[in-house]
Design a protein around this ligand. Sequence first.
Ligand code: ADP
Length: 370
Amino acid sequence: ARHILAASVSASSRVASRRHMGSVDAGAAMEKIRAAGLLRTRGLIGGKWVDAYDGKTIEVQNPATGEVLANVACMGNRETADAITSANTTFYTWSKLTASERSKALRKWHDLLMSHKEELALLMTLEQGKPMKEALGEVNYGASFIEFFAEEAKRVYGDIIPPTLADRRLLVLKQPIGVVGAITPWNFPLAMITRKVGPALACGCTVVVKPSEFTPLTALAAADLALQAGIPAGALNVVMGNAPEIGDELMQSTQVRKITFTGSTAVGKKLMAGSANTVKKVSLELGGNAPCIVFDDADIDVAVKGSLAAKFRNSGQTCVCANRILVQEGIYEKFASAFVKAVQSLQVGNGLEESTSQGPLINEAAVQKR
Ligand code: ADP
Protein backbone atom coordinates (compact mmCIF):
# COMPACT_ATOMS: atom_id res chain seq x y z
CA ALA A 1 0.00 0.00 0.00
CA ARG A 2 1.37 3.35 -0.97
CA HIS A 3 0.19 6.82 -0.23
CA ILE A 4 0.36 9.67 -2.61
CA LEU A 5 2.05 12.87 -1.56
CA ALA A 6 1.42 15.04 -4.52
CA ALA A 7 -0.57 18.21 -4.65
CA SER A 8 1.05 19.98 -1.74
CA VAL A 9 4.50 19.34 -3.15
CA SER A 10 3.76 20.55 -6.64
CA ALA A 11 2.06 23.64 -5.24
CA SER A 12 5.11 24.53 -3.23
CA SER A 13 7.29 24.43 -6.32
CA ARG A 14 5.29 27.29 -7.74
CA VAL A 15 5.72 29.72 -4.89
CA ALA A 16 8.44 31.65 -6.63
CA SER A 17 7.11 34.99 -7.73
CA ARG A 18 8.40 38.48 -8.10
CA ARG A 19 7.12 39.45 -4.66
CA HIS A 20 9.82 37.38 -3.02
CA MET A 21 12.75 38.76 -4.94
CA GLY A 22 15.31 40.96 -3.28
CA SER A 23 17.09 43.62 -5.29
CA VAL A 24 20.22 42.40 -7.00
CA ASP A 25 22.55 44.28 -9.26
CA ALA A 26 21.68 42.70 -12.55
CA GLY A 27 23.14 45.78 -14.23
CA ALA A 28 26.68 44.91 -13.16
CA ALA A 29 26.17 41.37 -14.39
CA MET A 30 24.96 42.64 -17.77
CA GLU A 31 27.95 44.98 -17.94
CA LYS A 32 30.31 42.08 -17.39
CA ILE A 33 28.66 40.10 -20.18
CA ARG A 34 28.72 43.10 -22.49
CA ALA A 35 32.38 43.76 -21.74
CA ALA A 36 33.20 40.19 -22.75
CA GLY A 37 31.47 40.84 -26.07
CA LEU A 38 28.86 38.20 -25.34
CA LEU A 39 25.69 40.27 -25.30
CA ARG A 40 24.39 39.40 -28.75
CA THR A 41 20.86 40.39 -29.70
CA ARG A 42 20.75 39.68 -33.42
CA GLY A 43 20.36 36.38 -35.20
CA LEU A 44 23.33 34.60 -36.75
CA ILE A 45 23.03 33.78 -40.44
CA GLY A 46 26.02 32.76 -42.54
CA GLY A 47 28.43 34.08 -39.91
CA LYS A 48 26.80 37.54 -39.85
CA TRP A 49 24.79 39.05 -37.00
CA VAL A 50 21.54 40.19 -38.55
CA ASP A 51 18.37 42.01 -37.49
CA ALA A 52 14.93 40.69 -38.33
CA TYR A 53 14.25 41.76 -41.93
CA ASP A 54 11.26 43.83 -40.82
CA GLY A 55 13.19 45.25 -37.87
CA LYS A 56 10.92 43.59 -35.30
CA THR A 57 12.29 42.75 -31.88
CA ILE A 58 11.12 40.73 -28.91
CA GLU A 59 11.82 41.46 -25.24
CA VAL A 60 13.85 39.09 -23.12
CA GLN A 61 12.89 39.46 -19.48
CA ASN A 62 14.58 38.62 -16.24
CA PRO A 63 12.04 36.27 -14.61
CA ALA A 64 13.27 37.25 -11.13
CA THR A 65 12.37 40.91 -11.54
CA GLY A 66 10.36 41.32 -14.74
CA GLU A 67 12.99 43.74 -16.03
CA VAL A 68 13.73 43.77 -19.73
CA LEU A 69 17.27 42.52 -20.30
CA ALA A 70 17.46 43.04 -24.03
CA ASN A 71 15.44 43.35 -27.21
CA VAL A 72 16.41 40.61 -29.63
CA ALA A 73 15.61 40.16 -33.30
CA CYS A 74 12.18 38.61 -33.80
CA MET A 75 12.69 36.50 -36.90
CA GLY A 76 10.36 34.43 -39.04
CA ASN A 77 10.25 32.43 -42.24
CA ARG A 78 12.42 34.64 -44.47
CA GLU A 79 15.36 34.74 -42.09
CA THR A 80 14.98 31.00 -41.51
CA ALA A 81 15.04 30.32 -45.25
CA ASP A 82 18.32 32.25 -45.52
CA ALA A 83 19.77 30.43 -42.52
CA ILE A 84 18.91 27.11 -44.17
CA THR A 85 20.52 28.19 -47.46
CA SER A 86 23.65 29.24 -45.62
CA ALA A 87 23.79 25.95 -43.69
CA ASN A 88 23.23 24.01 -46.89
CA THR A 89 26.05 25.81 -48.73
CA THR A 90 28.44 25.35 -45.83
CA PHE A 91 27.57 21.65 -45.60
CA TYR A 92 29.56 21.02 -48.79
CA THR A 93 32.78 22.30 -47.24
CA TRP A 94 32.31 21.43 -43.55
CA SER A 95 31.40 17.82 -44.31
CA LYS A 96 34.48 17.46 -46.52
CA LEU A 97 36.90 18.25 -43.71
CA THR A 98 38.49 15.36 -41.90
CA ALA A 99 36.96 14.34 -38.61
CA SER A 100 40.16 15.46 -36.95
CA GLU A 101 39.84 18.99 -38.35
CA ARG A 102 36.26 19.28 -37.16
CA SER A 103 37.29 17.86 -33.81
CA LYS A 104 39.89 20.59 -33.32
CA ALA A 105 37.32 23.35 -33.88
CA LEU A 106 34.89 21.70 -31.48
CA ARG A 107 37.58 21.27 -28.87
CA LYS A 108 38.39 24.95 -29.14
CA TRP A 109 34.70 25.81 -28.76
CA HIS A 110 34.59 23.70 -25.61
CA ASP A 111 37.61 25.52 -24.21
CA LEU A 112 36.07 28.93 -24.96
CA LEU A 113 32.77 27.94 -23.33
CA MET A 114 34.71 26.93 -20.22
CA SER A 115 36.86 30.03 -20.15
CA HIS A 116 33.69 32.17 -20.33
CA LYS A 117 31.93 30.12 -17.70
CA GLU A 118 31.03 33.02 -15.49
CA GLU A 119 29.56 35.23 -18.21
CA LEU A 120 27.51 32.35 -19.61
CA ALA A 121 26.24 31.41 -16.17
CA LEU A 122 25.30 35.03 -15.42
CA LEU A 123 23.41 35.22 -18.69
CA MET A 124 21.54 32.04 -17.87
CA THR A 125 20.61 33.20 -14.39
CA LEU A 126 19.47 36.54 -15.77
CA GLU A 127 17.27 35.25 -18.56
CA GLN A 128 16.18 31.89 -17.15
CA GLY A 129 16.28 32.44 -13.40
CA LYS A 130 18.19 29.39 -12.17
CA PRO A 131 20.54 30.04 -9.24
CA MET A 132 24.15 30.81 -10.20
CA LYS A 133 25.32 27.50 -8.76
CA GLU A 134 23.02 25.60 -11.10
CA ALA A 135 23.92 27.88 -13.99
CA LEU A 136 27.64 27.27 -13.47
CA GLY A 137 26.86 23.56 -13.34
CA GLU A 138 25.04 23.85 -16.65
CA VAL A 139 28.04 25.46 -18.32
CA ASN A 140 30.16 22.45 -17.28
CA TYR A 141 27.43 20.08 -18.40
CA GLY A 142 26.74 21.93 -21.65
CA ALA A 143 30.40 22.26 -22.58
CA SER A 144 30.96 18.57 -21.83
CA PHE A 145 28.81 17.62 -24.83
CA ILE A 146 31.10 19.58 -27.12
CA GLU A 147 34.15 17.94 -25.57
CA PHE A 148 32.62 14.47 -25.82
CA PHE A 149 31.63 14.86 -29.47
CA ALA A 150 34.96 16.48 -30.36
CA GLU A 151 36.45 13.17 -29.26
CA GLU A 152 33.76 10.99 -30.82
CA ALA A 153 34.06 12.86 -34.14
CA LYS A 154 37.15 10.72 -34.83
CA ARG A 155 35.41 7.47 -34.05
CA VAL A 156 32.50 7.36 -36.46
CA TYR A 157 33.22 3.86 -37.69
CA GLY A 158 31.22 1.96 -40.25
CA ASP A 159 30.56 -1.75 -40.23
CA ILE A 160 31.18 -4.83 -42.31
CA ILE A 161 28.31 -7.28 -42.34
CA PRO A 162 28.64 -10.96 -43.30
CA PRO A 163 26.92 -11.20 -46.67
CA THR A 164 24.03 -13.52 -47.39
CA LEU A 165 25.36 -14.26 -50.88
CA ALA A 166 28.94 -15.45 -51.50
CA ASP A 167 29.71 -12.89 -54.22
CA ARG A 168 28.58 -9.84 -52.26
CA ARG A 169 30.22 -7.56 -49.76
CA LEU A 170 28.06 -5.59 -47.31
CA LEU A 171 29.44 -2.34 -45.90
CA VAL A 172 27.82 0.26 -43.69
CA LEU A 173 29.17 3.76 -44.34
CA LYS A 174 28.18 6.51 -41.95
CA GLN A 175 27.76 9.86 -43.61
CA PRO A 176 26.51 13.26 -42.44
CA ILE A 177 22.91 13.69 -43.42
CA GLY A 178 22.94 17.42 -44.22
CA VAL A 179 21.30 20.43 -42.61
CA VAL A 180 19.86 19.84 -39.14
CA GLY A 181 17.13 21.98 -37.59
CA ALA A 182 17.51 22.12 -33.79
CA ILE A 183 14.65 23.52 -31.70
CA THR A 184 15.38 23.93 -28.01
CA PRO A 185 13.54 24.86 -24.81
CA TRP A 186 14.26 27.44 -22.12
CA ASN A 187 14.93 25.20 -19.10
CA PHE A 188 18.53 24.40 -20.12
CA PRO A 189 19.41 27.34 -22.37
CA LEU A 190 22.95 26.13 -23.11
CA ALA A 191 23.01 22.37 -22.64
CA MET A 192 20.04 21.62 -24.89
CA ILE A 193 21.85 23.41 -27.70
CA THR A 194 25.28 21.88 -27.24
CA ARG A 195 23.80 18.40 -26.88
CA LYS A 196 22.20 18.74 -30.32
CA VAL A 197 24.78 20.86 -32.12
CA GLY A 198 27.85 18.96 -30.83
CA PRO A 199 27.08 15.61 -32.49
CA ALA A 200 25.71 17.25 -35.64
CA LEU A 201 28.80 19.36 -36.24
CA ALA A 202 31.14 16.55 -35.21
CA CYS A 203 29.96 14.28 -37.99
CA GLY A 204 29.87 17.00 -40.65
CA CYS A 205 26.30 18.26 -40.55
CA THR A 206 25.49 21.97 -40.40
CA VAL A 207 22.82 23.42 -38.16
CA VAL A 208 20.05 25.99 -37.87
CA VAL A 209 19.26 26.46 -34.19
CA LYS A 210 16.06 27.97 -32.91
CA PRO A 211 16.42 28.64 -29.17
CA SER A 212 13.42 29.41 -27.02
CA GLU A 213 12.23 33.01 -27.33
CA PHE A 214 12.56 33.21 -23.50
CA THR A 215 16.28 32.39 -23.44
CA PRO A 216 17.96 33.41 -26.71
CA LEU A 217 20.84 35.34 -25.12
CA THR A 218 22.72 32.29 -23.87
CA ALA A 219 22.31 30.64 -27.28
CA LEU A 220 23.66 33.70 -29.08
CA ALA A 221 26.62 34.01 -26.72
CA ALA A 222 27.47 30.34 -27.26
CA ALA A 223 27.22 30.84 -31.03
CA ASP A 224 29.57 33.80 -30.80
CA LEU A 225 32.12 31.59 -29.07
CA ALA A 226 31.65 28.94 -31.78
CA LEU A 227 32.61 31.52 -34.41
CA GLN A 228 35.63 32.52 -32.35
CA ALA A 229 36.60 28.85 -32.15
CA GLY A 230 36.79 28.63 -35.91
CA ILE A 231 33.53 26.83 -36.59
CA PRO A 232 32.98 28.22 -40.08
CA ALA A 233 30.42 30.90 -40.89
CA GLY A 234 27.23 29.12 -41.92
CA ALA A 235 27.91 25.87 -40.08
CA LEU A 236 26.01 27.13 -37.05
CA ASN A 237 23.13 29.55 -37.60
CA VAL A 238 20.75 30.91 -34.98
CA VAL A 239 17.27 32.31 -35.65
CA MET A 240 14.64 33.13 -33.04
CA GLY A 241 11.32 34.88 -32.67
CA ASN A 242 8.17 33.58 -34.31
CA ALA A 243 8.34 29.88 -33.36
CA PRO A 244 5.56 28.52 -35.63
CA GLU A 245 6.92 30.41 -38.66
CA ILE A 246 10.47 29.25 -38.06
CA GLY A 247 9.23 25.72 -37.40
CA ASP A 248 7.15 25.67 -40.59
CA GLU A 249 10.05 26.89 -42.70
CA LEU A 250 12.31 24.18 -41.28
CA MET A 251 9.59 21.58 -41.92
CA GLN A 252 8.93 22.62 -45.51
CA SER A 253 12.55 22.78 -46.58
CA THR A 254 13.88 19.88 -48.63
CA GLN A 255 17.40 20.90 -47.58
CA VAL A 256 16.74 20.31 -43.89
CA ARG A 257 17.27 16.57 -43.49
CA LYS A 258 16.84 16.18 -39.77
CA ILE A 259 14.90 17.80 -36.95
CA THR A 260 16.04 17.51 -33.36
CA PHE A 261 13.73 18.90 -30.70
CA THR A 262 13.35 19.07 -26.96
CA GLY A 263 10.10 20.46 -25.65
CA SER A 264 6.42 19.76 -25.24
CA THR A 265 4.68 16.69 -26.59
CA ALA A 266 2.17 18.89 -28.45
CA VAL A 267 4.87 20.70 -30.43
CA GLY A 268 6.83 17.46 -30.89
CA LYS A 269 3.80 15.88 -32.56
CA LYS A 270 3.50 18.86 -34.91
CA LEU A 271 7.15 18.60 -35.86
CA MET A 272 6.91 14.87 -36.44
CA ALA A 273 3.87 15.30 -38.67
CA GLY A 274 5.49 18.25 -40.45
CA SER A 275 8.63 16.23 -41.15
CA ALA A 276 6.70 13.44 -42.86
CA ASN A 277 6.22 15.23 -46.14
CA THR A 278 9.95 15.54 -46.79
CA VAL A 279 10.77 12.34 -44.83
CA LYS A 280 13.16 13.97 -42.42
CA LYS A 281 14.78 12.06 -39.64
CA VAL A 282 13.40 13.17 -36.29
CA SER A 283 14.78 12.98 -32.74
CA LEU A 284 12.35 14.10 -30.07
CA GLU A 285 12.81 14.54 -26.36
CA LEU A 286 9.33 15.30 -25.04
CA GLY A 287 7.75 15.95 -21.67
CA GLY A 288 7.23 12.94 -19.46
CA ASN A 289 5.71 11.67 -16.27
CA ALA A 290 8.25 11.14 -13.56
CA PRO A 291 7.17 9.36 -10.40
CA CYS A 292 9.52 9.23 -7.44
CA ILE A 293 8.99 6.11 -5.31
CA VAL A 294 10.12 5.68 -1.70
CA PHE A 295 9.93 2.20 -0.16
CA ASP A 296 9.77 1.21 3.50
CA ASP A 297 13.43 0.14 3.60
CA ALA A 298 14.73 3.49 2.32
CA ASP A 299 17.38 5.46 4.16
CA ILE A 300 15.34 8.57 5.05
CA ASP A 301 18.18 11.07 4.54
CA VAL A 302 19.05 9.68 1.14
CA ALA A 303 15.39 9.49 0.13
CA VAL A 304 14.67 13.08 1.20
CA LYS A 305 17.78 14.40 -0.49
CA GLY A 306 17.03 12.48 -3.68
CA SER A 307 13.35 13.45 -3.74
CA LEU A 308 14.20 17.07 -3.09
CA ALA A 309 16.59 17.13 -6.03
CA ALA A 310 14.11 15.26 -8.20
CA LYS A 311 11.30 17.68 -7.39
CA PHE A 312 13.01 21.05 -7.05
CA ARG A 313 16.00 21.13 -9.39
CA ASN A 314 15.64 24.11 -11.72
CA SER A 315 12.56 25.08 -9.65
CA GLY A 316 10.80 21.92 -10.80
CA GLN A 317 11.28 22.82 -14.46
CA THR A 318 13.10 19.81 -15.87
CA CYS A 319 11.54 17.02 -17.89
CA VAL A 320 12.38 14.47 -15.20
CA CYS A 321 11.21 16.52 -12.23
CA ALA A 322 8.99 14.32 -10.05
CA ASN A 323 5.31 15.06 -10.52
CA ARG A 324 4.20 12.40 -8.03
CA ILE A 325 6.02 11.13 -4.96
CA LEU A 326 4.74 7.70 -3.95
CA VAL A 327 5.68 6.63 -0.43
CA GLN A 328 5.12 3.20 1.10
CA GLU A 329 2.87 3.12 4.15
CA GLY A 330 5.43 2.08 6.76
CA ILE A 331 7.74 5.04 6.09
CA TYR A 332 5.14 7.59 5.05
CA GLU A 333 4.85 9.71 8.23
CA LYS A 334 8.58 9.81 8.80
CA PHE A 335 9.33 10.67 5.20
CA ALA A 336 6.56 13.26 4.92
CA SER A 337 7.68 15.22 7.98
CA ALA A 338 11.36 15.12 6.99
CA PHE A 339 10.49 16.13 3.44
CA VAL A 340 8.27 19.03 4.49
CA LYS A 341 11.05 20.26 6.78
CA ALA A 342 13.55 20.09 3.94
CA VAL A 343 11.19 21.95 1.60
CA GLN A 344 10.66 24.67 4.19
CA SER A 345 14.40 25.28 4.32
CA LEU A 346 14.60 26.02 0.59
CA GLN A 347 15.43 29.64 -0.02
CA VAL A 348 13.36 31.22 -2.78
CA GLY A 349 14.89 34.26 -4.41
CA ASN A 350 16.81 35.89 -7.20
CA GLY A 351 19.32 33.44 -8.66
CA LEU A 352 22.04 36.09 -8.49
CA GLU A 353 21.90 35.99 -4.69
CA GLU A 354 24.14 33.40 -3.17
CA SER A 355 21.62 32.26 -0.57
CA THR A 356 19.03 31.36 -3.22
CA SER A 357 18.34 27.69 -3.77
CA GLN A 358 15.09 28.20 -5.70
CA GLY A 359 14.99 30.74 -8.49
CA PRO A 360 11.80 32.10 -10.06
CA LEU A 361 9.69 30.17 -12.52
CA ILE A 362 10.26 31.14 -16.12
CA ASN A 363 7.25 33.44 -16.43
CA GLU A 364 3.79 34.30 -15.11
CA ALA A 365 2.15 31.59 -17.23
CA ALA A 366 4.26 29.00 -15.44
CA VAL A 367 3.18 30.40 -12.07
CA GLN A 368 -0.48 30.16 -13.08
CA LYS A 369 -0.13 26.68 -14.61
CA ARG A 370 -1.96 23.95 -12.70
P1 ADP B 1 7.84 24.03 -23.27
O1 ADP B 1 6.55 23.57 -22.70
O2 ADP B 1 9.03 23.32 -22.77
O3 ADP B 1 8.00 25.52 -23.29
P2 ADP B 1 7.47 24.11 -26.12
O4 ADP B 1 7.31 22.89 -26.94
O5 ADP B 1 6.35 25.09 -26.11
O6 ADP B 1 7.83 23.53 -24.72
O7 ADP B 1 8.77 24.88 -26.52
C1 ADP B 1 9.98 24.26 -26.89
C2 ADP B 1 10.52 24.91 -28.13
O8 ADP B 1 9.60 24.73 -29.19
C3 ADP B 1 10.73 26.42 -27.99
O9 ADP B 1 11.90 26.80 -28.69
C4 ADP B 1 9.49 26.97 -28.69
O10 ADP B 1 9.69 28.26 -29.21
C5 ADP B 1 9.36 25.97 -29.82
N1 ADP B 1 8.05 25.94 -30.48
C6 ADP B 1 6.84 26.21 -29.96
N2 ADP B 1 5.89 26.08 -30.90
C7 ADP B 1 6.51 25.71 -32.05
C8 ADP B 1 6.09 25.42 -33.39
N3 ADP B 1 4.80 25.47 -33.75
N4 ADP B 1 7.03 25.06 -34.29
C9 ADP B 1 8.32 24.99 -33.93
N5 ADP B 1 8.78 25.26 -32.72
C10 ADP B 1 7.90 25.63 -31.78
